[in-house]
Design a protein around this ligand. Structure first.
Ligand code: IMP
Length: 212
């Protein structure tokens, strides 16, 4: 396979993980949006109004495929908590109240809000999962989705300093650690994003050498 692929995310955290996850895929050259010459536009904020990760990921992939004119993958991801009826789900990024919060302040507010909503719940009611859907747009009219999920429990207080977003408040039972206590390599090996992007890479490898 020989393929230049734009990874359409503005999140440096996601970008770092995806580059690492795809680093051993032979013949794949990864470009960020900026490297592809696509600089931020406010209309990007309106790309994920839908009720499922799949629809939002497709929407982003379609938009950025048009702008880059190159094969492009976009992802939508988030957290589902059983006790919150699967929430925050597609609202994971804007979970805590506060319209103008961004970056680390947004992450801190989201984590505090989740802990507050879950306060007093026993361990057996704290289960949920991270979900990631990677939508691959090789051509404008052909978008294929790859889904990854990893189970986790909402902790009672933050633990660990690695990762990003909700990682300090999500516990990975099989590892006996929070996601923020895993090394980047350990997280990528089991994460929702690792699963989704490795599935995408396998599909690309199975398509053979003649990519657009
Ligand atoms: P998106 O950018 O609309 O896909 O929003 C993703 C939301 O889910 C953000 O709040 C992220 O912090 C959170 N999220 C996604 N993946 C992870 C992860 O691997 N660890 C922690 N939080 C994540």
């Amino acid at each position: 396979m020989k393929l230049r692929l734009v990874v359409a995310t503005r999140s440096q955290h996601k970008m770092r993980e995806i580059r690492e996850i795809l680093s051993d895929v032979a013949g794949l050259e990864i470009l960020s949006l900026d490297e592809a010459g696509i600089h931020y536009s406010p209309e990007e904020e309106k790309l994920e109004p839908f009720g499922t990760f799949e629809e939002n990921a497709r929407s982003k992939a379609s938009y950025f495929r048009q702008r880059t004119t190159l094969p492009t993958v976009a992802e939508d991801s988030g957290l589902e908590v059983d006790a919150l009826n699967g929430g925050p789900g597609v609202r994971t990024k804007r979970f805590a109240p506060g319209e103008d919060l961004d970056g680390e302040a947004r992450d801190r507010a989201n984590n505090a809000y989740l802990l507050e909503l879950m306060a007093g719940r026993p361990p057996e009611e704290r289960g949920g999962r991270y979900v990631c859907v990677a939508a691959l747009a090789l051509t404008p009219n052909k978008i294929e989705c790859f889904r990854g999920e990893v189970p986790g429990q909402v902790l009672e207080a933050p633990r660990g300093a690695s990762g990003f977003g909700y990682d300090p408040v999500m516990f990975h039972q099989a590892s006996h650690r929070s996601f923020a206590e895993l090394t980047p390599e350990e997280k990528n090996a089991l994460s929702h994003r690792g699963q989704a992007f490795r599935a995408m890479a396998r599909a690309l490898e199975n398509m053979g050498p003649s990519q657009p």
